[in-house]
Design a protein around this ligand. Structure first.
Ligand code: BG6
Length: 494
């Protein structure tokens, strides 16, 4: 429990602003329902949904039940709806209504008896008026907390403006900025892998590691999010947040503990150590791509500009050769890649160790490689060199074999309640209900990430204004390959 002022005597209330929106439908209602099913919600937990939609209690219950069943299917025990639905209240409130806060307060009752977590699942442009209502009704006081989602700005100055608005109403210890990657089981497992074992730490540096590759490949295109996406592109949509969070967890120093500040202090040091990429070196260190006509995700795709209906310089693919200028990592590049309409969905981290200093086996030896696969299935494998069994005239023959830890296999066993089948938001909402913001992003992290990303975005404007085209369903533009020093490093094509 990080928030000292939180009192268990208060009744917990979760207020979801934007309760009938897309994120609520796809992720938040199903996550809350899973928490209900698995007994994680306090008996007295209330859940209030707010949006402009005028829905009576029955229609709202149907909307939520449909969303839950559509997302979870058979993995959800519909019996849990019998306890979940009675917790819910939907309020139809217009943001322009000066009485917004008073009406919510009237529904909630005595504020000093409540422990309220607000989740703003709305466009950031609405944060300011919503927070003004919350403040006016004194619902921002401790122990109440606030969860917000990305995008938090589109560059450093705009994120500072949003962060100032948040800081004016909730202090940093009660702010929960979501990066849903931090709620993924395997992303949290990175901490266990690195700091719960002794074998890796002595090797976890540039002396032993040749390079690191972090890839978030998606087979889907931009689909119905074009309006949002065209203003962001892959750099701001994926690198600024999810990819850089993975970089932090791979590269950070051992934290003093698992407290929110201990973890985030170390992460922010990594972000601040990223070597600047700007107009002078952006062409050498990055590749930008946009999918054109091709075949992806099982269907033909006419390309991004066709979907948009007009020309666009927004990138749907980015590859970056990043460097972390500190004692541990100087000389070990971090290759970051993400894109839409690639051949498959795959998120993985590859730690490529250096070759043996001298091979007594000729050129049969491949350097060790630790592959941490996060999606779609969770798997950790370490390739090591082995003698091929049997007799030969040529003497010892070697081959690489993988020591593999299939997490899905170890923990899943087809159970409906498999710990591996959590939606990232389940864990994050649970943490927020309990006041633990260790797996949320602190203000200085967001701003350090924007600062680095802004260098690239500005550099592109001057030196690399148009993305290269790649056919939908392929691995991005050709110049993404030449970022690598050696062809053999292209493990993501495996
Ligand atoms: C979101 C991005 O934050 O993450 C999307 O806005 C992207 O563009 C999504 O598709 C990927 O998340 P996941 O959990 O499916 O890897």
């Amino acid at each position: 429990m990080n928030i000292e002022t939180k009192s268990s005597a208060r009744q917990p209330v979760f207020v979801l602003v934007g309760g009938t929106g897309d994120l609520a439908k796809r992720m938040l209602w199903p996550s809350l329902a899973k928490l209900e099913q698995d007994g994680f919600l306090a008996k007295s937990q209330r859940i209030i949904s707010i949006s402009r939609e005028k829905l009576g209690p029955e229609d709202f219950a149907t909307f939520v039940s449909d969303a839950i069943v559509a997302r979870l299917g058979k993995s959800f025990d519909t019996k849990a709806l019998a306890t979940f639905i009675p917790r819910l209240t939907h309020l139809s409130l217009d943001i322009n209504d000066a009485e917004w806060g008073a009406k919510l307060k009237a529904e909630l009752g005595e504020i000093q008896d409540l422990d309220i977590v607000f989740f703003l699942s709305t466009s950031p442009s609405l944060f300011s008026p919503i927070l003004a209502h919350i403040k006016k009704a004194a619902m921002n006081l401790a122990p109440n907390r606030l969860i917000v989602e990305k995008p938090l700005g589109h560059d450093l100055p705009s994120s500072v403006v949003i962060n100032d608005v948040l800081a004016d109403v909730f202090d940093e210890t009660r702010l929960f900025r979501i990066d849903h990657y931090l709620g993924k089981e395997t992303v949290q497992n990175l901490l266990a892998l690195r700091f719960g074992n002794t074998v890796f730490e002595p090797l976890w540096n540039s002396r032993s590691i040749d390079h690191v590759q972090i890839t978030i490949a998606e087979s889907l295109g931009v689909a119905d999010r074009l309006d949002y996406y065209d203003n962001y592109g892959a750099l701001k949509d994926m690198v600024q947040n999810h990819l850089l969070q993975l970089v932090c967890l791979v590269a950070m120093e051992p934290p003093a503990g698992l407290s929110a500040n201990a973890l985030r202090d170390e992460k922010v040091k990594v972000l601040k150590s990223l070597k600047t990429i700007d107009a002078s070196n952006v062409v050498k260190n990055t590749a930008r791509g946009q999918y054109g006509a091709g075949y992806a995700d099982g269907q033909s795709n006419k390309g991004y500009e066709f979907e948009k209906g007009s020309p666009s310089n927004t990138e749907t693919f980015v590859a970056i050769k990043a460097e972390i200028a500190n004692w541990r990592w100087a000389g070990t590049p971090f290759y970051l890649r993400t894109g839409k309409c690639l051949p498959s969905r795959k998120t993985e981290i590859v730690i490529q160790f250096r070759p043996v200093p001298h091979s007594i086996f000729g050129n049969q030896i491949e350097a060790n490689r630790l592959v941490i696969r996060l999606q779609p299935e969770e798997d950790i494998s370490l390739t090591i060199m082995n003698k091929s069994p049997g007799l030969t005239f040529e003497g010892l023959q070697l081959q690489p074999l993988a020591l593999s830890l299939s997490l899905a296999h170890a923990f899943d066993e087809g159970s409906k309640k498999s710990p591996m089948r959590r939606i990232a938001y389940e864990r994050l909402i649970l943490d927020a209900l309990h006041g633990n913001n260790a797996h949320f992003v602190r203000r200085d992290e967001v701003e350090a990430a924007w600062k680095w990303v802004d260098g690239i975005a500005e550099g592109w404007k001057k030196s690399y204004p148009k993305p290269h085209s790649y056919p939908a369903g392929t691995f991005g533009p050709v110049n993404a390959y030449t970022l690598f020093d050696r062809d053999s490093d292209l493990s993501w094509l495996d």
